[in-house]
Write a protein that binds this ligand. Structure first.
Ligand SMILES: [Zn+2]
Length: 87
């Protein structure tokens, strides 16, 4: 399931919550999140505008300190129906 809104959409992407190019852990499941393409693209849009989640140091790279953080940001953007920040 896509965790971008937590409910209905099937996931078709395994997202790295902390992107690997920002030092995110590649294999640690704590850094993985199932997402639909729509939410994944939105998340990448945020990242391309410099957004970073708060991170914690894991054994093979950075992990999200709170995996709800990105979900809450995406939900807030959904509520605002704001798409200007999407590439
Ligand atoms: Zn989604």
């Amino acid at each position: 399931m896509c965790e971008g809104n937590g409910l209905y959409e099937p996931a078709d992407v395994t997202d790295h919550i902390v992107p690997m190019k920002q030092g995110g852990a590649k294999w640690n499941e704590l850094n993985h999140m199932g997402m639909c393409h729509s939410h994944h693209n939105r998340k990448r849009g945020l990242e391309s505008h410099g957004h970073c989640v708060v991170t914690a140091v894991g054994t093979d790279g950075l992990l999200p300190n709170d995996r709800e953080e990105i979900v809450n940001i995406l939900l807030a953007k959904d509520r605002q129906n704001e798409d200007l920040w999407i590439d």
